[in-house]
Design a protein around this ligand. Structure first.
Ligand code: ADE
Ligand code: ZN
Length: 339
């Protein structure tokens, strides 16, 4: 198939994004605009200079830069503007449902209130629903490099925002911070009725994916690439229809893979894994969701059928209610490839 046809198919097909850190959508020009508004002096003198600092060799090097960018966010309006900028882009790429992670500890640790962060993000989500018909879920993500006690303190805020927060997540530096470190917290969240997800198997070993599934009882795995190293784990993931929220351009930039042509996405599909495509931190990794689809499809020679499957997986694996899920899957029907 001609690439141009595949690109158009990818651009047009309605899709869900399930793995997206809102702080990772903070584009250099918006960082400068908000820093200026808040009278914060940045270490870099221009958008270009800041952008050229974006070269990292692994997850930790990336996280150091990413946490620095987030420091200029102070007010409800800042969080609103950050979220709105992402939602407009996502809408332009035919995202009709998005599940957004935010890292409250990054902000509360510098004195910003939890309410400011959530209220700013949530108002933008509600506006996107009104203006674009885009639905969403909000994922409170815990920084795993901090102790579980700190996570519990943050988690207490959830009770004032039950109407806005739907999911508990786990992110940040994976190696040395296994899922089991947060067993009590995730058990508590399960009984509080939250859905659960965790980053696992991005840099960490298959054992961390086992722990996320068996100990934390997560509904989904974020990344999960290294699951493929363990056949029994693959069998469990397939049998239990556990979705992996895969982020190809992130994996390339953070050197989880050396070349997109070696990316495991197609292997995952071939093994029957419910894989989905997502952008993770698009402002830092060189592309939003459609770029992730297009570049990976080119590198792995994906067919329209495979793109359709990936998109359908994202609707099925979403935390949207059944009515919305069915509605979204219905919208997909006309993109089904005739065999
Ligand atoms: N926080 C933002 N992006 C992340 C990633 N890819 N892995 C872990 N933590 C993150
Ligand atoms: Zn992530």
């Amino acid at each position: 198939m001609e690439n141009i046809v595949l690109k158009e198919y990818i651009n047009n097909i309605p899709k869900a994004e399930l793995h997206l850190h809102i702080e990772g959508t903070f584009e250099p020009d918006l960082i400068f605009k908000i820093a200026d508004r808040n009278k914060i002096k940045l270490d870099h003198n221009s958008v270009e200079e800041l952008h050229s600092a974006y070269n990292f060799n692994n997850l930790q090097e990336f996280l150091n830069i990413y946490y620095t960018g987030a420091k200029v966010l102070l007010t409800d309006e800042d969080f609103y503007d950050l979220t709105w900028a992402y939602l407009e882009k996502a809408h332009s790429q035919n995202v009709i449902h998005t599940e957004i992670m935010f890292d409250p500890q990054t902000h509360t640790d510098k004195g910003i209130s939890f309410d400011t962060v959530v209220n700013g993000i949530y108002s933008a989500l509600k506006d996107a629903e009104k203006e674009f018909g885009m639905t969403s879920k909000l994922i409170l993500s815990i920084l795993r490099h901090l102790p579980q006690e700190a996570a519990f303190e943050t988690y207490e805020n959830f009770f004032n925002h039950r109407d806005k927060i739907n999911v508990l997540g786990l992110d940040s530096s994976e190696i040395g911070n296994p899922p089991s470190k947060f067993q009590e917290l995730f058990t508590r969240a399960y009984y509080d009725g939250l859905k659960l997800t965790a980053h696992a198997g991005e840099e960490g070993p298959p054992d961390y994916v086992w722990e996320a599934l068996d100990t934390l009882k997560v509904n989904r795995i974020d990344h999960g690439n290294r699951s493929l190293e363990d056949e029994d784990l693959v069998e469990k993931i397939v049998n239990n229809q556990i979705a992996l929220t895969v982020c190809p351009l992130s994996n390339l930039k953070l050197q989880v893979v050396d070349d997109l042509r070696d990316h495991p996405l197609k292997t995952m599909l071939d093994k029957g894994i419910k894989a989905t495509v997502n952008s993770d931190d698009p402002a830092y990794f060189g592309g939003y969701i459609n770029d992730n689809f297009i570049k990976t499809a080119e590198a792995l020679d994906l067919t329209e059928d495979e793109i359709y499957k990936l998109v359908k997986n994202s609707f099925e694996a979403s935390f949207a209610d059944e009515k919305r899920k069915n509605e979204m899957i219905q919208l997909l029907e006309k993109y089904k490839v005739n065999n």
